[in-house]
Write a protein that binds this ligand. Structure first.
Ligand code: ADP
Ligand code: XUL
Length: 527
C-alpha cells in the first residue's frame, strides 16, 4: 500500500488528508477547527482578538495542540497511520514563529508529556504574527529605503515590501522587543514550524513559502544579503538555508511512531505555503490553469510560464513546488466579509446562495458595496471602508438579499481587476476553499470572469497538495499522473458563464474601479 499524508495548518483549522496511490482513493480527510476544539486559546477565528485591527497574532502552541488532536482523531477513526509512506504539508503563508532554543537542541520529544508543553520553553516570543497582520507599514518603508527602493525589492523578491510578509514582521519584532530579539536563535514560517515538530529537528524553509518573506532572492534561490541587512542585524544566522520544495527534511520523530502508530523512518518532505500547496493539489502546477481559492482570504493564482510582477505593486511571485514560479493576489476581505454581511442580515449560507440565484439580478440594479471590514491587502485600504452605493433602501441597509449579492459581486469584480497582470488564461477557473461550496458565489464568478468555474471532487486542496508532494518526492510518481488521479473536476458542479451578463459586468467593473480609486484617494471618508 503506497499511502501519503498531507497536512494543512491554515488560518482557522488544521487538516489531514491521506491518499492511496495504488487505488486512487482518498482514505482520510479530517480537520480540527481551532475555534471549536481549542476554545482555551481565545481564537474563535484562528487568531487572538486585539483592539488594534492591524494587529493579528496567533498562539503557535494552538497549532501544536491541534496536531495532537488531529492525529488522535485519525487513530480514533480507525485510520492505520502505519501504512503512511511519506508526509508533507503546508501552512498559512507569512506567519512566523520565534525560538530561543533551536529545534535541533530537542533530540527527541518525550512521550511522557504533551508536545505543546515541550515546545513552550523553546519559544522566544509567545505569539506569532500571521498573514492578517498589517501593523508594519513603517518597517516596510524602512526596508524599501535601505534596499534602494520599491523597484529593487520587487526585482529581488517578486513583491514590494508588504505588511504581512515575514521580513517586515521580523523587523518590527527586532525594533519593539530588542531583548527578545537578542535571545531568538531561530525563526520559522508556520510551514517549517509544523515540519520541525514532526521531525523533532529544525526543518528548513522551502523556496515556495520562502518567497513570501521579502527576504528571498528569487532568481538565486538564496536569502538576499541586501534584504537580510535591510531587515534586522544578525538575521541571516537565525534562518536556515532555504531548500527546494521536494527536499526530504528528516523522518517522523519516534514520538509519533510510539503515540500514533506511524512506521519508523517515515520520510517527511519540506512543508510549503498553503497557496503553493493548493496549486499542486488543484492539478494546476503547469501554466494554463488559474485557481481562485475562497478560504479565510480569497486568493487568485496561477503557475507562470515566465516570471512577471504586478506593476501596481499588489501581487506576488512565489515558488511553484513543481518547479518555476506562481503568481498570486490575496484579498483579506474574503470569507470574513461575506460572513459579516450574512451575520448582519441574519442569512445562513443556503439563503445567501438563494439571495444571489433567485432573489436578485446580475448587476444588482446598480447597488454596489465596498466591503472592507478588515484592512485590505488588494488594494491596500485601511479598515473599515464600508460604503454603500445605489437605491435609498439599499444604502439604508434594508435590502438583505441585495447586500449578499453586492458583497460577492464586488469581490469577484475586484478579483478580476487585480488579476489582469498575471496574464495567464482565466478560462476555465478552478475553485477551492470553504466558500467554493456556495453555488451563488460560483454563479457570480462565472459571469464576472465570463469563464467556466470548476470545483474539484476533493476539497482541502492544500492538504491534498501536501499528500501529492510527498507521493512525488518519496514515491517518484509523476505530477501529471497524480493530478489525473486526485485533482479530478466535479463536472456536475461546474458553472457556465451567461454571455448576456458580459457587458453589464464590464460596466460594473469600471464603476468599481472608479469607486476604489476614490476610496484609495481618501480612505477615511465615512461610508
Ligand atoms: P482556511 O483554509 O483559510 O482556514 P477554509 O477554506 O476552510 O479557510 O474556509 C473557511 C470559510 O469558508 C469560513 O470562514 C466560512 O465563511 C466559509 N464557508 C463555509 N461554508 C460556506 C458556504 N456554504 N458558503 C459560503 N462560505 C462558506
Ligand atoms: C497569501 C496570504 C494568505 C495566507 C492564508 O499571500 O497571505 O492566502 O496564505 O491563507
Amino acid at each position: 500500500m503506497a499511502r501519503y499524508l498531507g497536512l494543512d495548518a491554515s488560518t482557522q483549522s488544521l487538516s489531514a488528508l491521506i491518499i492511496d496511490i495504488d487505488t486512487g482513493a482518498v482514505c482520510a480527510n479530517h480537520s480540527v477547527v481551532f475555534g471549536e476544539r481549542l476554545p482555551q486559546y481565545n481564537s474563535p477565528k484562528g487568531f487572538l482578538v486585539h483592539e488594534d485591527p492591524r494587529v493579528r497574532h496567533s498562539d503557535p502552541l494552538m497549532w501544536v495542540e491541534a496536531l495532537e488532536l488531529l492525529l488522535a482523531d485519525l487513530v480514533k477513526a480507525g485510520v492505520d497511520l502505519g501504512s503512511v509512506r511519506g508526509v508533507s504539508g503546508a501552512g498559512q503563508q507569512h506567519g512566523s514563529v520565534y525560538l530561543a532554543r533551536s529545534f535541533n537542541t530537542v533530540g527527541a520529544w518525550s512521550t511522557d508529556r504533551p508536545l505543546h508543553d515541550q515546545v513552550r520553553p523553546l519559544l522566544s516570543r509567545r505569539t506569532s504574527p500571521i498573514w492578517m497582520d498589517s501593523a508594519t507599514s513603517a518597517e516596510c518603508a524602512e526596508i524599501a529605503r535601505a534596499a534602494g527602493g520599491d523597484d529593487r525589492v520587487v526585482a529581488l523578491t517578486g513583491s514590494r515590501a508588504i505588511e504581512r510578509f515575514t521580513g517586515p514582521q521580523i523587523r518590527k519584532f527586532y525594533k519593539d522587543s530588542p531583548a527578545d530579539w537578542a535571545r531568538t536563535s531561530e525563526i520559522h514560517l508556520v510551514s517549517s514550524f509544523m515540519a520541525s515538530l514532526l521531525v523533532a529537528a529544525s526543518a528548513p524553509i522551502d523556496l515556495g513559502d520562502g518567497a513570501g518573506m521579502n527576504l528571498l532572492d528569487l532568481s538565486a534561490g538564496t536569502w538576499s544579503r541586501e534584504l537580510l541587512d535591510a531587515t534586522a542585524p544578525g538575521l541571516g544566522a537565525k534562518l536556515r538555508t532555504p531548500v527546494p520544495c521536494a527536499t526530504r527534511v528528516g523522518v517522523l520523530a519516534d514520538y509519533f511512531v510510539k503515540k500514533y502508530g506511524f512506521s519508523p523512518e517515515t520520510p517527511v518532505i519540506a512543508f510549503t505555503g498553503d497557496n503553493p500547496s493548493s496549486l499542486v493539489g488543484m492539478g494546476a502546477s503547469r501554466p494554463g490553469t488559474a485557481v481562485i481559492s475562497l478560504g479565510t482570504s480569497d486568493t487568485v493564482f496561477a503557475a507562470m510560464a515566465a516570471p512577471r510582477t504586478d506593476p501596481r505593486g499588489y501581487g506576488h511571485v512565489f515558488g511553484n513546488p513543481a518547479g518555476g514560479f506562481m503568481a498570486l493576489a490575496c484579498f483579506a476581505n474574503g470569507s470574513l466579509a461575506r460572513e459579516e454581511i450574512a451575520h448582519r442580515f441574519g442569512l445562513d449560507w443556503d439563503v445567501f446562495a438563494d439571495a444571489i440565484l433567485k432573489r436578485t439580478r446580475p448587476g444588482n440594479d446598480g447597488n454596489l458595496l465596498l466591503p472592507y471590514f478588515v484592512p485590505e491587502i488588494t488594494p491596500r485600504l485601511p479598515a473599515p471602508v464600508v460604503r454603500w452605493f445605489g437605491s435609498d433602501a439599499f444604502v439604508n441597509g434594508r435590502e438583505p438579499f441585495a447586500a449578499a449579492r453586492a458583497v460577492v459581486e464586488t469581490q469577484a469584480l475586484s478579483l478580476r481587476l487585480h488579476s489582469r497582470w498575471i496574464g495567464e488564461d482565466m478560462n476555465p477557473i478552478l475553485v477551492t476553499g470553504g466558500a467554493s461550496k456556495n453555488p451563488g458565489i460560483l454563479r457570480v464568478l462565472a459571469d464576472v470572469f465570463q469563464a467556466r468555474i470548476v470545483p474539484l471532487k476533493v476539497s482541502n486542496s492544500s492538504a491534498l497538495g501536501g499528500a501529492l508532494r510527498a507521493a512525488q518526492a518519496v514515491g517518484g510518481t509523476a505530477w501529471e499522473e497524480l493530478a489525473r488521479c486526485f485533482s479530478a473536476p466535479a463536472i456536475h458542479l461546474a458553472v457556465e458563464p451567461d454571455p448576456a451578463t458580459r457587458a453589464l459586468y464590464d460596466k460594473a467593473g469600471r464603476e468599481l474601479e472608479h469607486r476604489l480609486n476614490e476610496a484609495l484617494a481618501n480612505p477615511f471618508v465615512k461610508g
